[in-house]
Design a protein around this ligand. Structure first.
Ligand code: GCU
Length: 342
């Protein structure tokens, strides 16, 4: 496969040159001194995260352009999320953007975001994620896994979409739905009464098209940017999760930077989030319009509390099984309270 070839060429090059492009001859000598910094992500080049990463690249270029050459690899060409996280752990690449659901199998703390209906409003979610001093403790807690998160990106709310309408939780019974490779999300689908089929994001379109699954769950951009709206025409706003994406860095690379350089990378990350959040809001509105008008997708507002009831017992279950997230859960309850409507 093409992806595998690109990946093995890249890895072979890393082994020959170390992680630095250190060719010595001819006109390439000057640029070859730069340390190449590779970022992998699985979205398209139009996606808000890619646009955010371009801002990251620009910031590093402006401040440390003589030393570092940031290269972005979109569309999962270096591997799907799970593979790219492993590559970031070992240092074969330096950064990956991955959803916390995909990080869950590497470090249990990120299970927190897979808890269904964890946040009671988008405002509460954004307040938590935007509190960088609180989040930095979570980000650092994965050091033992060999990586550290630098920042987060908004990926909206996750909702069911399928080849037939899901209006009530009963409509989920017997459906085969794709979930992310996250044990907590698999349990959530089971609690909803559907059959969970974990697979990587890139496989979803064909799986729906071929009838291997009846649908999936995601944000609105999956319909347009990933074209799932071509094969699944019913999208239900049950809003079961808000799962952020994370910019994850290889710890050894981050620790190899001087304090001044670390600051540049941190500021670049903060800048990328600012850009991504703005772009997200713009693109979600546009995606809804396109999905509705051009792809014929029906958006349905459902009784969220009926869906909530099905999976609330799971909250306790997940918490009991994972002491590392109990304090974070409490903290989120306080934020939820603060942003309660009415
Ligand atoms: C969204 C999210 C990704 C995630 C994907 C998925 O696109 O931004 O991080 O991997 O959903 O469902 O796999």
């Amino acid at each position: 496969m093409m992806k595998k070839r690109i990946l093995s060429l890249l890895l072979a090059a890393s082994m020959v040159f170390g992680l630095t492009a250190c060719g010595s001859s001819g006109s390439a000598a000057h640029s070859a001194k730069k340390r190449i910094v590779r970022i992998s992500h699985a979205q398209s080049e139009k996606h808000p995260e890619h646009i955010g990463l371009l801002a990251f690249q620009k910031y590093v270029q402006q401040h440390l352009g003589d030393k570092y050459d940031v290269q972005i690899f979109p569309n999962g060409i270096l591997g799907d999320a799970q593979k790219a996280i492993e590559l970031t752990q070992t240092g074969a690449i330096d950064f990956v953007v991955a959803g916390t659901a995909n990080l869950e199998t590497f470090t249990k703390v990120y299970e927190i975001f897979s808890i269904p209906y964890l946040f009671t409003s988008m405002d509460a979610y954004k307040a938590m994620m935007g509190d960088s001093s609180y989040m930095s403790n979570i980000y650092k807690s994965t050091d033992s896994a060999g990586f550290r998160v630098l920042t987060w990106y908004n990926a909206g709310t996750r909702n069911f979409y399928a080849t037939k309408p899901i209006k009530t939780p009963d409509d989920l019974k017997g459906l085969k739905l794709r979930v992310q490779q996250s044990p907590a999300s698999v349990n959530m689908i089971k609690a909803f009464g559907a059959a969970a089929t974990p697979m990587s994001f890139g496989e979803v379109y064909t799986a729906i098209q071929q009838g291997v699954i009846n649908g999936a769950e995601n944000n609105e951009l999956a319909l347009t940017d990933n074209k799932h709206g071509e094969v699944a025409k019913y999208f239900s706003y049950d809003m079961h999760q808000m799962v952020p994406d994370m910019l994850v860095g290889n710890l050894k690379f981050l620790e190899s930077l001087s304090p001044e350089e670390q600051k540049v990378f941190e500021d670049a990350a903060a800048e990328s989030t600012k850009v991504e959040l703005q772009e997200w809001d713009k693109q979600v509105d546009a995606a809804k319009k396109t999905a509705k008008e051009k792809m014929g997708v029906h958006f349905m507002n459902v009784d969220v509390s009926a869906f909530q009831k099905k999976v609330l017992p799971l909250q306790k279950q997940i918490l009991q099984g994972n002491p590392s997230i109990q304090a974070i859960y409490q903290h989120i309850q306080e934020i939820n309270q603060k942003y309660k409507k009415g």
